[in-house]
Design a protein around this ligand. Structure first.
Ligand SMILES: Nc1ncnc2c1ncn2[C@@H]1O[C@H](COP(=O)(O)OP(=O)(O)OP(=O)(O)O)[C@@H](O)[C@H]1O
Ligand SMILES: [Mg+2]
Length: 449
């Protein structure tokens, strides 16, 4: 850790300066030295160190002059001042002026190292906190994504962190939570932003055409292939491909995709050789891919290949504080789009929108607001939203034709019960008609505790 820490030692006595530099270098600090305030300022301007260790008395000027300069320009740079024996008032002045610590001469090697170590730590902490504060207070949106709930901040941080890399990203989350928007934001922030972004909805291509669509086909590769077809992956060469609804990809194609992700090569249908591609992959799905793997519908190795960096888009009900912001956003957006001037919402309507649990997430909210802007009918806007809670009796409940994923269903029931009851477990248990013990057991089972 010490390797990356640079310390500027400012001392006008040659022997002293060399000695201090030696002691610090032996601890693997990166040391630079200056013999005057002027020189130190030039060096700080050129390449600011993490910490300055300065003598008080430095020719015409003093360590205080340097300290004032540092505090003006670099609030979080560490600063330790060495004062002569018997000049404690100097030390006090320096601390008032913002020095992090002082050493009274003569000092032991050990006290020098201790003081440095302490200040290095506090500087690192200061920086970390500042980053956190600025991230939390500033990031209200990210390229199209509106929202500043803590769970969205996490999304922004992750998107920003991985945007500069070529790492494969898998975006999960319920329908309408903004998965596609997040993928586009990632692309916009990446170095590939001026190269192609090709979105493929894996669920929308008929299985028989999917291979040619993705990987391309040579002329005559199958009946009807009258000319060479370039696949979407090849078309995205040099750019980014967005594999939307990746959970719907047929198993056979999963194998081919895996090969592409592992080796970076594809073969067109009917092609003998292979083509090397340079494509960044972002995938998204509303399904729980781990469940899909368990059920044998998704290749486990492909899942791991895709899941290098997972990003989870939180459901709207988990970021209720963003609903107001989103309403405003869509009102402005659609009013511009339709050149409409809708009446302001009544407080009853606002409250209804805020209290609703939005199973269709942001998309559902956006659609409702769009309709409201067009029709200006507040009644319709909040229609059916007044009674979001399911009826307590589920007599007459029928399973869907295609069956359900029991565990995912149960997990969602538990999560929703917790959200609706503001995290109060006793109430959530009652809400589901379970004993507290039975409820807790299930929370633990799904690691929701
Ligand atoms: N945080 C957000 N801020 C602004 N608009 C959003 C946000 N999240 C989603 N939207 C809007 O909601 C709609 C749905 O978003 P998107 O298509 O990205 O969701 P999705 O997760 O891909 O949904 P699906 O699983 O249904 O495909 C879009 O119109 C999008 O612009
Ligand atoms: Mg989508």
């Amino acid at each position: 850790m010490k390797q990356s820490i640079r310390i500027l030692v400012v001392e006008d006595e040659n022997d002293q300066r060399q000695l201090i530099a030696q002691i610090l270098s032996a601890q693997a600090y990166e040391v630079e030295t200056a013999d005057s305030v002027e020189k130190a300022i030039l060096m700080i301007k050129e390449r600011p160190p993490e910490l300055v260790f300065s003598d008080w008395k430095l020719g015409q000027l003093s360590g205080m002059d340097l300290l004032r300069y540092v505090r003006r320009e670099h609030t979080d740079m560490g600063f330790i001042i060495a004062t002569a024996y018997g000049t404690i008032t100097h030390a006090v002045d320096a601390m008032h002026a913002g020095a992090d610590d002082y050493l009274a001469k003569p000092y032991q090697r050990q006290s020098l190292l201790l003081a440095i170590e302490k200040v290095v730590k506090s500087v690192a902490l200061k920086k970390q906190n500042q980053q956190l504060v600025s991230q939390l207070s500033e990031q209200q949106s990210l390229i199209g994504l509106v929202g500043k709930a803590p769970c969205m901040q996490k999304v922004y941080q992750r998107v920003q962190r991985v945007s500069s890399t070529d790492a494969t990203v898998l975006i999960g989350g319920e329908s309408g939570t903004g998965k596609e928007l997040a993928a586009r934001a990632l692309f916009q922030l990446s170095e590939r932003k001026n190269t192609p972004f090709i979105a493929i909805n894996c669920g929308a291509i008929p299985e028989s055409l999917a291979e040619a669509e993705l990987f391309g086909a040579e002329k005559g590769a199958f009946t009807g292939a009258s000319q060479l077809k370039i696949g979407k992956l090849e078309a995205a060469n040099g750019g980014t491909v967005f594999l939307d609804e990746i959970g719907e990809l047929p198993l056979l194609l999963q194998t081919k995709l895996l090969r592409f992700l592992q080796e970076g090569v594809i073969s067109r249908l009917g092609q003998q050789g292979e083509i090397q591609l340079d494509v960044r992959v972002i995938a998204a799905t509303h399904r729980d891919l781990q469940q899909e793997v368990k059920a044998g519908r998704f290749r486990e190795d492909l899942y791991y290949r895709l899941n290098v960096v997972p990003i989870h888009m939180p459901p709207l009900r988990d970021r209720q504080e963003d609903i107001g912001r989103l309403i405003e956003h869509f009102l402005v957006m659609h009013s511009k789009q339709y050149r409409a001037h809708p009446e302001p919402l009544s407080s009853h309507a606002k409250k209804t929108l805020l209290d609703y649990h939005w199973p269709g997430n942001v998309r559902e909210l956006a659609n409702r607001i769009e309709r409201f802007v067009l029709l200006g009918d507040e009644q319709e806007l909040i229609e059916e939203l007044n009674n979001p809670a399911p009826s307590t009796s589920i007599d007459g409940f029928t399973l869907p034709q295609e069956g359900i994923e029991w565990e995912s269903f149960e997990k969602q029931c538990l999560q929703q019960a917790m959200t609706r009851n503001q995290g109060n477990r006793t109430q959530a248990a009652k809400f589901l008609g379970l004993s507290y013990k039975a409820f807790l057991y299930r929370l633990e089972k799904y690691q929701l505790v």
